[in-house]
Design a protein. Structure first.
Length: 232
């Protein structure tokens, strides 16, 4: 094997190793300081009797409506999917040609190529072809709990864009739940909660890292062999 081919194979193996080690990056959630920076600063007139920063609203509920307000998302996600496919084909061919009788005598051909052997016109053909394929797939997911999110933007039609994240450290592992999306103020309940099924364009992520997460993760060599770049 030439040196050029060896270098080419080494480059391909290196690329496969990089593909196998690639992991999905963790999306970043805006911090509270960044969210408050998105809203216009409130003007305070010092010396006036009424101070906006110290005002008390008597006829307003606790529902989220402004940038920086908090709202609790009740996670109630459940999905079930099942698919099945089956294909079966079969084809048989059977052809028989008997030796004809001519003037009471069977048809015979003398062949000088085969040492003067006599050949008849009798022929037979038989073929059989079949195919069978089956496939089944089933998936079920369930996620329950709650995440308190912050309103990061108020859209022109009054809808609210929210983002929230919860990080939990248990024993020797860290887990997180993240949610993004758009909600309607009319769907917010009186206790300032909303179901995750009422979040439009919802992006819900659940994952973790640590010893337990690493035990459930496929090794880098197995990822290489299961990647789309592996030609075999």
């Amino acid at each position: 094997m030439s040196t050029k081919n060896i270098k080419l194979m080494a480059g391909v193996v290196g690329l496969l190793l990089l593909v196998g080690c690639t992991t999905a990056p963790k999306d970043r959630i805006a911090t509270a300081e960044e969210i408050f920076a998105m809203s216009a600063p409130q003007r305070i007139d010092n010396g006036a009797i009424f101070q906006p920063a110290q005002g008390m609203v008597l006829f307003e509920d606790i529902k989220a409506r402004n940038v920086g307000d908090m709202i609790t998302i009740i996670l109630s996600e459940q999905t079930n999917a099942t698919t099945s496919a089956s294909t079966s084909t079969s084809k048989d061919n059977d052809i028989d040609i008997i030796n004809p009788i001519l003037l009471g005598l069977p048809g015979v051909i003398n062949s000088t190529l085969l040492s003067n052997r006599q050949m008849t016109l009798e022929s037979s053909l038989d073929s059989n072809k079949s195919f069978s394929g089956d496939g089944d797939s089933a998936q079920s997911n369930q996620l329950t709990g709650s995440v308190t999110a912050l309103v990061i933007a108020v859209l022109p039609n009054g809808y609210l864009r929210i983002e929230g994240e919860k990080n939990i450290s248990i024993n020797q592992g860290d887990e997180y739940v993240r949610i993004k999306g758009i909600i309607r103020p009319v769907d917010i309940r009186s206790n300032n909660t909303i179901s995750s099924t009422q979040v439009a364009n919802a992006e819900i992520s659940y994952g973790g890292n640590g010893i337990i997460a690493s035990a459930n993760d496929m090794g880098w060599l197995a990822k290489m062999f299961n990647s789309i770049w592996w030609p075999f």
